[in-house]
Design a protein around this ligand. Structure first.
Ligand SMILES: Cc1ncc(COP(=O)(O)O)c(C=O)c1O
Length: 383
């Protein structure tokens, strides 16, 4: 039997004592849950966790969290934006994959990145011969080198190359391209959402065998494939079951986890919701309505309204309106809430919510212990 929202997200998991010191709406990170999530990620990744984990920083974008990961011995990291890559480098990471194809001015930014952070092994993805040529041309002109991974499409059809023939051809080109080091494959499979771990395994296995087969063939012909980076939070437990020295695992969301993943995946229920939005009641417009100050500028409009937020203190709350600065719910318990009262709101999808905040207030044992800037929320840091 699947657990209810009330069982999965009991209100006592997010205690805050000094609420007078908190502005609202405010992103709040619970350090004990975050630590639990990092430990759980390491445990799921298995005995070689430190060799194979390459967590994605897009969920938190915070230097403080990257430093916690480095302290745990997690040295490989993944980013989606140039600002995230720079945040990783500034935090002390020396092995960075920017899982994005460089286009427009980003090609020059990647070159600049190599100049500014020469001791970082910096890799980007390519999925066409043209993107490879652009990269090779500009990096060679600067007298530098950069790593390139071929982005493989495992059926998600977002980016990447699907046909193995074309993957092979592009990888051979990467090998020959001047200024470019062939760094392996990148394969993100965000379309595998099966709740059942067995069904997820069955979906992932053929994609893994497909790319592993090509890797074996390329290596037999003398072309090294140093890494194959796979999987997000739902599928990294599957990939973790495969024993392959090139395999790297790149979960992102599980660092904070959220209501979406928390309800969907029974095998991931050791993760805790570590980032929430602290919000206050601003109005009680009708008998059964409570209006909070957590509008769409503090909790992202993703997913659609009925599912967007869960309020552990008011489990029967139904969202009826979500405007820029107002979250309006209907509940049988509306009369228990007055303007000024606070609750924590759990975004169903936390990743687009964290960059809406300049900083996160950090709580431990109910006390405010720190404030962490959301370092890479901007599109550009210095490069
Ligand atoms: C390329 C890439 N890798 C890894 C991840 C991490 O996946 P998840 O958020 O499910 O952990 C994402 C998520 O969007 C992604 O786009």
């Amino acid at each position: 039997m699947t657990a209810s929202l009330q069982e999965l997200f009991p209100p006592n998991l997010w205690p805050i004592h000094q609420t007078d010191e908190l502005l609202s709406p405010q992103l709040v990170v619970f350090r004990e849950h975050l630590r639990n999530n990092l430990d759980t990620m390491l445990r799921i990744a298995g005995p070689n966790a430190l060799q194979r984990l390459r967590p994605h920083c897009k969920t938190h974008k915070m230097s403080a969290i990257v430093k916690m990961q480095l302290d745990l011995g997690i040295t490989k990291h993944k980013a989606a934006t140039m600002a995230e890559a720079e945040m990783l480098a500034q935090s002390g990471v020396k092995d960075i994959v920017l899982a994005y194809t460089m286009i427009g001015p980003n090609v020059a930014r990647a070159v600049k990145f190599r100049q500014v952070y020469p001791d970082v092994n910096f890799m980007v993805t390519v999925d066409t011969a043209e993107s490879l040529e652009r990269l090779s041309g500009q990096i060679t002109e600067a007298g530098l080198t950069i790593g390139a991974l071929v982005d493989v499409n495992p059926g998600r059809d977002r980016t990447g190359v699907r046909e193995l023939e074309k993957v092979r051809d592009l990888y051979q080109r990467v090998y020959q391209a001047e200024g470019v080091t062939a760094a392996g494959f990148h394969m993100y499979d965000g379309h595998f959402h099966q709740s059942s771990p067995e069904e997820r395994y069955a979906a992932v296995l053929p994609e893994w065998e497909r790319i592993k087969g090509l890797r074996d063939e390329l290596e037999a012909s003398g072309l090294a494939v140093p890494r194959i980076i796979c999987g997000g939070t739902p599928t990294f437990p599957v990939f973790a079951q495969f024993d392959d020295p090139a395999l790297e695992l790149s979960p992102g969301t599980c660092v904070f986890h959220d209501v979406g993943y928390g309800t969907k995946y029974p095998d991931l229920q050791d993760f805790r919701t570590a980032a929430v939005v602290f919000t206050r009641v601003v109005s009680r417009p009708t008998e059964n309505r409570v209006t909070f100050d957590a509008g769409t500028k503090s909790i992202a409009s993703d997913p659609p309204i009925p599912e967007r937020v869960y309020l552990p203190a008011i489990p029967d709350a139904q969202i009826v309106l979500h405007n820029e600065e107002h979250l309006v719910v209907e509940t049988s318990r509306a009369n228990e809430y007055q303007p000024g009262d606070w609750v924590v709101a759990l975004p169903r999808h936390v990743c687009p919510t964290s960059p809406m905040h300049k900083e996160a207030v950090v709580i431990e044992n109910g006390e405010i212990v720190d404030r962490w800037p959301v370092t890479a929320r901007d599109r550009q840091l210095t490069i």
